[in-house]
Design a protein around this ligand. Sequence first.
Ligand SMILES: O=C(O)CCC(=O)C(=O)O
Length: 285
Amino acid sequence: VTGSYAPDASHRLIAPDDLAAYRRDGAVLLKGVIDARWLDILAGVAEQMRDLAADNTDYYGDDPDSDRQTVVKDDMWRESPAMMRLLHDSPLARIAADAMGSSHARIYEDLLIYKQSGAGPTPWHQDEPQWPVTGEHKTSLWITLEATTPETGSLRFIAGSHAGPLYTPYVPDERLADVEQDMAFFTGGPLPDVEADPAKYRQLTFVSEPGDAILFHPRTIHAAMGSDPSRPRRTFSIRFLGDDIRWQPKASAYHQWLRDIDLSPGAPLEHERFPKVWPRAGYQA
Ligand SMILES: O=C(O)CCC(=O)C(=O)O
C-alpha cells in the first residue's frame, strides 16, 4: 500500500468523480487513502483498545451466546495519542471536510468495531437517528485493516437512502422509552425490509483493501457481512461534523456521554468533546 490517493487539485483530497458518487449514492469507496505507516499505527491502536473494551459488545448482530463477537470502543482519541495524531495528521479529516462541503471538520466519534473471527453480520441500520445534532455537514469514514469481501466483512449500503427519511432506530429493550421520546424525528417509521425488495432498495457491496476508506453519509442505510471464520476484521469508523451542525438533544442518543453534554439546543458544537481536527493549527492553504 503506497497511499496513492491523488488529489486532483492542490487543496482537495477527494476526486470529483468520487464526490459525485458520494452525493448520488450516499457512499463511495476511496482507494489508497491511508498509507502503510498509518496502518501499522492503527494495528497497534486496535489491539490496545480491544483489550480495554473486551467486555463492551454492543449490539452488532452477534449471537449473545457466542464468544465470536464484535467488540466496540469509542472515545479512542481521548485515550490514545496515536489516534489523535491520525485524526490531525492523516488525510482523513480533510477528506471529510471536502465531502461535507465544510470549512472545518470536528470529531464526532471514533469507533473501533473489532469483529473477532467468525463474528456475525451487522444488521441494516442508519446512524443518524441517534446523533443529537441538526444540519447537513456530517460524514463517516470506515477503514479496515483487513481486505474485505462479502466473505470477510464487506460494508454494504442502500444506494441513495441518505436522501430519504430517518427511520426508527433498533435499540435494546431498556432504551425503548428513550426512542419513544424522539419519535418526531423518525418520520420514516420502522426501517423497511430492504432485502425483500432489491429493485427498490439497490444494494452496493464494497470490496476493500487495506489503505482504502469508505466514505458514507450517516443517513445511508448500511450493514456489514460477518468476519472471516479464521481471522478478525479490525475496523475504524470515524465520524466528522462541520460548519452547519447545531446541538439537538435526543433522549435516544447512542452513548450516555452524548446525553450528558452541557450544550443548549441550537448551539454550535464548540465543546471539548468535539475537537476541531481540520484545519490543523498553523495550516497554510
Ligand atoms: O463495520 C460494521 O460492522 C458496521 C459499520 C457501521 O455500522 C458503521 O460504521 O456505522
